[in-house]
Design a protein around this ligand. Structure first.
Ligand code: SIN
Length: 316
């Protein structure tokens, strides 16, 4: 393998999407073009001869599954282990990109850069954003000292733990909330604002071993997200308990506050051995715990990331 190779793994998304008309930025079908075609659209990259592509999946990321994550993690691990590989870029849909980024960072904590990138407009758009994002992602993967899982979109580098999709339409849809971005990509150069992601958790090695022992994704611990809102009751918690749920993340209001009926149902579930974690439905900030809290907080994680972490903890 060529020294300082960059591997681009394709998983689908809008970056690989196709629409009937060049003026249609929303009525497209995601995951139509192969990752090799995405690379071919950027001659400067394609001709460099140091970029390898592999199609790992071809999906709209709203349909992301644990099975695809397991395959992706295996391919990322494989390439990370090759001395000639400098870094990995993953093309991905924006909708669940933050979950995949957090999953890979928690599971692998890579010492090399793993850069997820995406697009808000399909490849057929009059002015597609995917090619520039892909070029920027490769620049980050090539940056000396870069490591860990990050997302690159619209010239902004976000860490896996903080990144969240915060806008439905804009070309710069991601936010790192209070933490702020890791840096920017400007004309191919990386301008760092803070450190690259660091390893997350000690429980993960056990989780990895146990994932390998599972017969299939259906054997994963079932963890669901419930939300606090006006007029909520405990009925959803009871229904999930009846189905054998093993973990619950609650997206509380504000500082993780819960309607008294939902809280009562969650405390009953907790007493019955179900793991319950309290996050916030707010986009910014984190749940600040108090000594009186009976349900543990998500330690700053959003509900979807707290769910990924709880699945891995239950596996461990
Ligand atoms: C997807 O998440 O696969 C579709 C939406 C997008 O990439 O922006």
């Amino acid at each position: 393998m060529h020294r300082q190779q960059i591997v681009i793994l394709g998983t689908g998304g809008t970056i690989a999407g196709r629409a009937e008309s060049i003026s249609d930025n929303i009525g497209y079908t995601a995951a139509q073009l192969g990752v090799a075609e995405l690379l071919a659209a950027i001659p400067a990259l394609a001709q460099a001869g140091t970029v390898l592509t592999e199609q790992v999946a071809q999906i709209d990321s709203k349909d992301m599954s644990f099975a695809v994550w397991a395959k992706l993690a295996a391919r990322v691990s494989h390439y990370l282990g090759q001395p000639g590989v400098q870094g990995i870029v993953i093309t991905h849909g924006t909708d669940t990109l933050e979950e995949t980024a957090f999953f890979l960072q928690t599971l692998l904590a890579p010492a090399k850069p793993v850069v997820l990138t995406c697009a808000m407009r399909p490849a057929t758009a009059l002015v597609p954003d995917g090619p520039q994002n892909l070029l920027d992602a490769v620049a980050v993967a090539r940056h000396a000292g870069a490591h860990g899982v990050v997302a690159v979109c619209a010239g902004v580098i976000h860490g896996a733990v903080d990144v969240q999709k915060a806008h439905t339409y804009r070309l710069d849809p991601f936010s790192s909330g209070d933490a702020g971005p890791i840096g920017y990509v400007e004309e191919g150069a990386v301008r760092l604002l803070r450190n690259w992601p660091e390893p997350q958790a000690g429980y993960v090695q056990k989780a990895i071993k146990n994932i390998a022992k599972l017969a299939g994704p259906a054997d994963l611990p079932r963890v669901e997200i419930v939300m606090n809102h006006a007029g909520v009751s405990g009925a959803i918690v009871q229904a999930l308990r009846a189905q054998g749920v093993q973990g619950l993340v609650v997206a509380g209001t504000g500082n993780g506050s819960l309607h008294q009926e939902l809280e009562a149902a969650l405390l009953e579930a907790q007493a019955a051995g179900i793991k319950v974690v309290r996050a916030s439905r707010c986009l910014n900030g984190r749940v600040l715990p108090t000594p009186a809290d009976q349900i543990p907080d998500s330690e700053g994680l959003s509900p979807v990331k707290a769910r990924v972490k709880l699945i891995l903890q239950l596996l461990a």
